[in-house]
Ligand binder design. Sequence first.
Ligand SMILES: [Zn+2]
Length: 398
Amino acid sequence: MTTAPNIEGIMLFEQPFARVPYENYRKVFRASQKNIEKELGALQTAAADLARKAQSGAVSQEDATKAVDGMLKRAENLKRKLGELQKNAGTPTLGVMRERLELLASVESMQSASSPEFDRWADTRLDRWLTDWALRSGKERTARKLAQARGIERLVDLELFSEIRRVEEALKRHSCTEALAWCSENKTALRKAKNPLEFELRLQEFIELARDRKLMDAIVYQKKHLVQWQETHSAQIQHASGLLAYAPGTTCSPYKRLYDLGRWETLVRSFRLAIYNLSTLPTEPLLHLAMYAGLASLKLPACYDHETKNVDCPVCDPDLGLLATEVPFSHHFNSTIVCRLTGKIMNENNSPLAFPKNGHVYSKEALEEIAAINDGMVTCPRTKERCHYTELRKVFIS
Ligand SMILES: [Zn+2]
């Protein structure tokens, strides 16, 4: 019997895969729209102006020709700009979107989750998730190499993450300029999400002016950029105003806290969250999310007990176990006992045997093997208890 791939489960992970290029295309569309509005608005004004002048007979033929030429030039300019936008950003983004959607659609027609074509599809997905993991962990070169080697550059968000890096590096250099430019590009979406990142950045610029004791500049800045947030952030604005009176060396804790350079780290984190949010990217690597499901089906309380670790259990591994700390324990209706020595399941064919004193249990197979090379003697690897094979007690599973 063949089972079809679990489409619903697969698609749960794929929203950002389709969303990131869509957001990019939306930006191209917005930029085109802005250009059209600006140029057509100017054209309309010029045309109306010319018509009014012509009606009152206040325009010479020469001036009229000049005005029409000017309008034509504007229209041509607009056409050129739109063409460039479409060629450099629009068409490539549409290509990425098409390729991604086709990849998602292809899995729907697959008959079996154990077919070679599904294996290939899942391999590509794993490569995508590994690249995503590398990008998020700041291993951009590794990510690029992997994407290139696998030919999946259009299926991973390399550009998004180089933008993230560019903005974050600027924030680490204590410059808000790049992050503010990003905010203005995404103004509508940020406002819709009620994301206060722009306010936080403006506040930081104000704090830096106060730190440099450029008090006049700080007052001007406050009027220009902070007052507009009055409705939602009045308490913070008031609090920040105190910096005009308190210099950076202050010991007064509310103001000392504002001068804290750790605020820059917070801004880096807030920016990262905001950009993930807009692209519907989860805050954790997709690879981790996929692994949680597998880990939850294996996790047992015994995995965190130093005495009972199983070499074949991923959750018992210290690194993967860390990843599994937040996932729930698996629920087994029928428990199975696994031999610590061989990793094999113990049952009526390979029954569990216990040491007489310490009661530690291993499989018959493992103990027989030890006894065979030790003249019938067996030693518990944990407590070093030693006895003859015949002294071992049989354990019954109920
Ligand atoms: Zn385990």
